[in-house]
Design a protein around this ligand. Structure first.
Ligand code: MG
Length: 173
């Protein structure tokens, strides 16, 4: 079983992942409203990934014999001026999530919970990718700054992103 302290922290992280999902769904709807279908697709996939992150954590809590307690999800921003603004907010948000995951891992170390530590290592690697991909898109958008054709090309490229089930959800089902 997870310790009471760790279980509480896992439940808080589940809420944070679901809030992330809601944030990216909002960014997707906002991009769609701007007519940027590819960017809307990228954020929609991001929304699906965040739901998967919550599911991985929920599965772990249940597997350890603890209970998942779903809390209300706070409101999210609904409008961004430009796609670049949305991706800049994405990077800021992912850096915050990285610090939450790190704090959760540190708690698992304190509690000497080796199973939780192993599971959280996947999230630590995942956060490196999350920050890297947001930064890459920011760099691309910065490079074309204000150029409509360049923005169209980036939108076409981001339209190709597809959702793949993360590896922790793929085994033992
Ligand atoms: Mg996440």
């Amino acid at each position: 079983m997870l310790s009471e302290k760790l279980c509480k922290a896992f439940n808080a992280q589940i809420n944070a992942e679901l809030w992330s999902a809601y944030l990216y769904l909002s960014m997707s709807m906002d991009a769609a409203a701007r007519g940027q279908k590819g960017i809307a697709n990228w954020f929609k996939v991001q929304f699906q990934e965040e739901q998967a992150h919550a599911e991985i954590l929920m599965n772990h809590v249940l597997a350890r014999g603890n209970e998942v307690k779903l809390a209300p999800i706070d409101a999210v921003q609904t409008e961004w001026k430009t796609a670049l603004d949305a991706f800049k907010d994405t990077l800021v948000h992912e850096k915050k999530v990285t610090s939450l995951i790190t704090a959760l891992y540190e708690l698992a170390l304190e509690e000497k919970d080796y199973a939780a530590q192993n599971m959280l290592k996947w999230f630590i690697d995942e956060q490196v990718e999350e920050e890297e991909s947001a930064q890459e898109i920011i760099d691309q958008l910065d490079a074309v700054e204000g150029n409509k054709y360049g923005l169209l090309m980036i939108d076409k490229d981001l339209a190709t992103r597809t959702y793949t089930v993360p590896s922790p959800l793929n085994k033992g089902e």
